[in-house]
Design a protein around this ligand. Structure first.
Ligand SMILES: NC(=O)c1ccc[n+]([C@@H]2O[C@H](COP(=O)([O-])OP(=O)(O)OC[C@H]3O[C@@H](n4cnc5c(N)ncnc54)[C@H](O)[C@@H]3O)[C@@H](O)[C@H]2O)c1
Length: 325
């Protein structure tokens, strides 16, 4: 069994190649060539945490694995991230464990890479202004991935915590070579943006349909629990809505579940899964003024596809430590 640390996983991932692997995974999922249940979330109030298991199988890629995620909100006090993850990859011939690898970096980069694929498939070809709500881990991964698929000229970032925006700017401005402007309100990041990313832990909507520029594409990443919301119902009402997995969205996504509950949309308003668009089963954007939303909650096929990609690279480049168990 190969063991790969976060540092090694980071070294092995090439964003453009990972985007392609994830596109293939979503096509398999949305054409019936993958097996993936909705994730099992186990709340553990006694130890102020929770554990989640996310298994998946990809038929064409012959990839079988499971991500295990823990969520301990007190962790930052000890200098640890709230969310920690590990991915286990198995042989599809024998079920033998092939690899165990860090899944924390995989979680952030696979999410951003699928948003990049959705942007390529749904956004207008020219998207010079990128607006970001939230300045945490996902904001960073999204800036890195989106700059690979679009010519971005200006980035505007809003976060409740101003110093988080400043540290994002210090870290990323030199790396991406694009001016990143801190803004004081969500509205300032949204107005005039051609491309938007929402990556907050907000509980109530922070984005209003009134602020949207015609033709904007939104990658909506935050709300991943039935009680959490980032985006108002009117935005979904106005937009063509594409999701990562219909089943997972209807089980987990407060943004959509609550918009349906309020009567703003029905489940039929979900136009497609991203895999259906990538497979050519459904058309993408209708015209330059259409508002498109890619809403994701994050699904196991993405982690398994990313882990298999990393495993193959590790074998090729002889990286990692072999351990007998
Ligand atoms: N869809 C997916 O596949 C997927 C994958 C990973 C994470 N996520 C979710 O994405 C979100 C961001 O993840 P992260 O790892 O970057 O978290 P993070 O904690 O690193 O960053 C979240 C940021 O949001 C900011 N924030 C919270 N409430 C806000 C508000 N009302 N207005 C503006 N900013 C606000 C916080 O100050 C923080 O800087 C989380 O909800 C996470 O669960 C989704």
């Amino acid at each position: 069994m190969l063991v790969l640390s976060e540092k090694e996983v980071r070294r092995l991932i090439d964003i453009e190649e990972l985007i392609q692997a994830l596109e293939r995974a979503h096509v398999q999922f949305s054409t019936g060539k993958a097996v993936m249940p909705v994730r099992l979330v186990v709340p553990l109030p006694e130890i102020k945490g929770r554990i989640t298991s996310m298994p998946a199988y990809l038929g064409a890629d012959k990839a079988l694995g499971m991500k295990v995620v823990t969520y301990f909100p007190e962790n930052p006090k000890q200098g640890l991230p709230t969310i920690l993850a590990t991915v286990f990859l198995y042989s599809t011939e024998t079920g033998k464990l092939l690899a165990v690898m860090d899944g924390t970096y995989i979680t952030s980069i696979r999410t951003a890479c699928v948003s990049a694929a959705a942007t390529r498939a749904l956004a207008n070809p020219e998207t010079p202004v990128l607006g970001i709500l939230g300045a945490g881990v996902q904001a960073r991964a999204h800036i890195r991935a989106l700059c690979r698929v679009r010519k971005i000229r200006a980035i505007k970032v809003y976060d409740l915590v101003e110093k988080s925006v400043q540290s994002l700017i210090q870290e990323l401005e030199p790396e991406v070579g694009i001016k990143i402007e801190p803004v004081k309100t969500a509205e300032a990041a949204v107005r005039n943006a051609d491309l938007l990313v929402t990556v907050t832990t907000a509980k109530e909507p922070i984005l209003s349909a009134d602020w949207l520029k015609p033709g904007v594409h939104i990658n909506a990443v935050g709300s991943h629990r039935p009680d959490l919301r980032e985006i108002d119902a009117a935005t979904f009402q106005r937009a063509k809505v594409v999701v990562d997995s219909r089943e997972a969205i209807m089980a987990e996504c407060g943004d959509i579940i609550l918009a349906i509950k309020e009567g703003a949309i029905t489940e039929d308003h979900i136009y497609a899964e991203i895999g259906e668009i990538l497979a050519g089963k459904k058309a993408g954007r209708k015209n330059a003024d259409e508002v498109t939303v890619y809403k994701c909650v994050g699904v196991a096929i993405q982690d398994v596809a990313a882990a298999q990609f990393v495993y193959r690279k590790a074998i090729e480049r002889k990286i990692g430590v072999n351990v007998e168990i």
